[in-house]
Design a protein. Structure first.
Length: 209
């Protein structure tokens, strides 16, 4: 008799616990994690607008004859664009990308387009991943995105990217997916500056993560 009473109670507790977990999974967003982070400083923000314009330029078929330029243009010298590769040239191994020699700021800008989910090849490497599948430098990374990054590096490093010191490298992913384990995110905090727009008290703040 006692056992018959206990089992339904345990089932109710289990159901309530599962409902609470499911509710959190459905309602919880990454914004909850970053709501207490500090806003970016003016110095940290300084290169972001220029790099965002460079990123938008990748979506042009011809940067010298832009169609989708934002107000004020891309603030780029088209003669300094030394390479543009579209999907046909990457053979579906990476998204389209552009290499720009920014002589004014003494930078080599490698601007890689975000995922184009109307393109089948982008789906292929987005879903090319399993939990714990790929280790990288002591942590875990997204397998498909790592292979795409390796493809770009292998294609271009001999001419441009092979001798750049780490202290000169900065990566600015815009609203990136979570694709590395926490220990790698901490290890490369001096290199990777993720750009995140955060709604704060009805306004919008910019954070570099």
């Amino acid at each position: 008799m006692l056992l018959g009473c206990v089992i339904p109670i345990l089932e109710c507790v289990y159901c309530l616990a599962y409902a609470r977990w499911a509710g959190k999974r459905c309602l919880y967003t990454a914004g909850h994690e970053s709501q207490n982070w500090e806003l970016v400083s003016a110095k940290e923000f300084q290169p972001v607008p220029h790099l965002c314009r460079s990123m938008l330029a990748v979506y042009e078929d011809d940067p010298r004859n832009p169609i989708w330029a934002p107000p004020g243009g891309y603030h780029m010298n088209p003669n300094w664009v030394i390479l543009c590769k579209d999907y046909k040239e990457t053979h579906g191994q990476s998204t389209a990308y552009m290499i720009y020699l920014d002589h004014e700021n003494e930078d080599i800008v490698v601007a890689i387009r975000g995922l184009h989910l109307g393109n089948q090849s982008d789906y292929a490497f987005l879903f090319d991943n399993k939990l714990g599948q790929t280790m990288f430098n002591g942590g875990y990374v997204h397998n498909g995105l790592l292979n795409a990054a390796r493809w770009v590096f292998d294609a271009e490093h001999e001419d441009l990217l092979g001798n750049v010191k780490r202290k000169r490298i900065r990566c600015y992913p815009i609203a990136p997916a979570r694709c590395t384990s926490l220990n790698l995110a901490i290890r490369y905090v001096d290199v990777i500056n993720s750009i995140v727009l955060q709604v704060i008290d009805g306004g919008i703040g910019l954070q570099l993560v």
